[in-house]
Design a protein around this ligand. Structure first.
Ligand code: IPE
Ligand code: IPE
Ligand code: MG
Length: 282
């Protein structure tokens, strides 16, 4: 127990300080990019990913869709580790939407089995790495074994101070907003707050993501260019990158490519760009 605590402490003290990060030459070549360092100030604090294209990846190989989902969990492992290695503060992953229940019974059950397998096999390492797991979505709507696994994972990692890993399961963005509105209405009804007290900050406190900053970068794989009900509030000012590759083929080199592209973007938040001297640039 003592060593576990010590290792977590060391992890957060040294490892979590964002480092200048570089890609190896081999990784860089695989995405035809020169290896280059990224300063921590140009890194996104919160990355959200819509992991799409598992079915198409499997179809293209004559495999069942479930094989695509299984292959997708390998990419997932790689991207979580990379986020932790590179000092990203929060990573939100879209794993199962409220709309995904519409898929065949076989596919939903394959996804649920993978989910359980994933949590059982990864939880020790994630906890050891000081990762703080939050489930975004309605956990009570999950089958009992899955519900139990994710509730335990959240409880076990609740005091961890490293990467904030948000996994969206049975998640719908509109449902999240409606839930927030209901909770605030309850508070008004019980006299805890007045309607005029409700502002962005109070609203955000009712969201599943209340512990994470706004999303800076949203990545969607498979070439689709839509949100599909993912984090509508949190992505209001996010930069979007659509990678045409299917999720099972996404890897840390492509992730780095996205981070580089993000670092080159000019975020203005409705204002005007100023240079170091305070002059307004064209
Ligand atoms: C994303 O891949 C995984 C989930 C939605 C769970 P898809 O299963 O949507 O793959 P495509 O879009 O059909 O290729
Ligand atoms: C979004 O992908 C949900 C997840 C990645 C979990 P979908 O494949 O379900 O979205 P649509 O149907 O293409 O919009
Ligand atoms: Mg899809």
């Amino acid at each position: 127990m003592f060593f576990e605590k010590l290792s977590k402490l060391l992890n957060s003290a040294f490892h979590r300080t964002p480092q200048y990060i570089t890609v190896s030459v081999a990784e860089a070549q695989s995405v035809s990019q020169p290896a280059a360092a990224l300063p921590p100030s140009r890194l996104p604090r919160h990355v959200a990913i819509i992991m799409d294209g598992n079915g198409r990846w499997a179809n293209a190989r004559g495999l069942p869709r479930s094989a695509g989902h299984a292959a997708g969990t390998e990419a997932l492992r790689d991207i979580i580790r990379a986020s932790d290695d590179w000092g990203i503060e929060a990573l939100s992953l879209y794993a199962f939407s409220t709309e995904n229940w519409a898929r065949s019974k076989e596919e939903v059950s394959a996804l649920m089995s993978l989910l359980l397998k994933y949590f059982n096999s990864e939880i020790d390492e994630l906890d050891e790495k000081n990762v703080h797991i939050t489930i975004l979505g309605d956990v009570d709507g999950l089958p009992e074994p899955q519900r139990e696994a994710v509730v335990n994972a959240m409880a076990r990692t609740k005091d961890n101070t490293g990467l904030k890993l948000n996994i969206a399961l049975n998640y719908g963005g509109r449902a999240e907003l409606v839930r927030a509105a209901q909770r605030l209405a309850e508070q008004v009804k019980s006299g805890q707050i007045d309607p005029e007290d409700i502002d962005d900050m109070l609203f955000e406190q009712q969201l599943y993501t209340r512990e994470s900053p706004d999303v800076d970068l949203l990545i969607r794989t498979s070439g689709e260019q839509r949100l599909s009900n993912f984090l509508p509030w949190q992505t209001t000012y996010a930069e979007f990158i659509f990678d045409p590759i299917n999720w099972p083929e996404f890897n840390r080199a492509r992730y780095m490519k996205c981070l580089r592209e993000y670092a080159d973007r000019d975020r203005r938040f409705g204002g005007v760009k100023t240079d170091a001297s305070g002059e307004v640039s064209p």
